[in-house]
Design a protein around this ligand. Structure first.
Ligand SMILES: CC(C)(COP(=O)(O)OP(=O)(O)OC[C@H]1O[C@@H](n2cnc3c(N)ncnc32)[C@H](O)[C@@H]1OP(=O)(O)O)[C@@H](O)C(=O)NCCC(=O)NCCS
Length: 167
């Protein structure tokens, strides 16, 4: 792994900042060897997880794909494709027992840094209309609802389309 792919984010992780834990947490680029673990976390975190095949296809598209790691392994991840000069979040999740520690926020902060290097100004995503925790996260980051995609998911449920202009 290239050392310059490592982005230390301890200071940005709010609730753990008073412990030594934050200094042992880092965000780095996702690597091919991580894909099995990402597929495993997908199945833990989602009722309709992406398969290893889908995760691999997204990884091979390029874009910005990040993992957040502590000494025990990958605890959170984010995948973002670049389509028509817009960042498109395809998946983001935090291991259930590691939630509300600021990990997803840290991933987004690092994503926005990387998008700024690539001069990408817009980021968008789809989120289930009943996924209130994720919607709160996105709104706290500055995403706004810009529409509804009807029957977006395989189970027929709708998605909010949300977008933000990178600051
Ligand atoms: C949504 C998800 C990624 C958030 O991950 P996380 O690491 O716990 O999020 P963070 O700790 O960075 O939270 C940042 C902010 O988001 C909001 N938020 C996140 N989870 C929340 C919850 N359960 N209740 C209320 N607000 C929440 C809060 O504003 C929070 O800031 P605060 O803790 O200072 O109040 C996580 O709950 C998850 O993996 N869910 C299952 C997968 C999923 O739904 N992914 C999104 C698909 S679109």
């Amino acid at each position: 792994m290239e050392e310059n792919n490592r982005l230390f984010i301890g200071a940005e992780i709010g609730r753990s900042s008073q412990s030594s834990q934050s200094s042992q947490v880092l965000v780095r680029d996702m690597e091919r060897r991580d894909l099995g673990k990402i597929a495993e976390l997908e199945s833990i975190c989602f009722d309709d997880p992406f398969s290893l095949q889908t995760v691999t296809a997204l990884f091979e598209e390029g874009g910005v794909n990040l993992v957040l790691e502590d000494p025990t392994g990958i605890q959170a991840y984010l995948m973002c494709s670049i389509r028509e000069a817009t960042g498109e979040i395809t998946t983001v999740a935090t291991r259930p027992e590691k939630r509300r520690l600021g990990y997803a926020r840290a991933l987004f902060n690092n994503l926005l840094l990387e998008l700024s290097k690539r001069d990408i100004s817009w980021v968008r995503l789809e989120v289930r209309t009943d996924n209130l925790n994720a919607i709160r996260l996105y709104e706290s980051l500055g995403f706004r609802k810009i529409g509804v995609a009807r029957a977006y998911y395989e189970d027929g449920k709708d998605a909010f389309v949300m977008s933000m202009a990178r600051r």
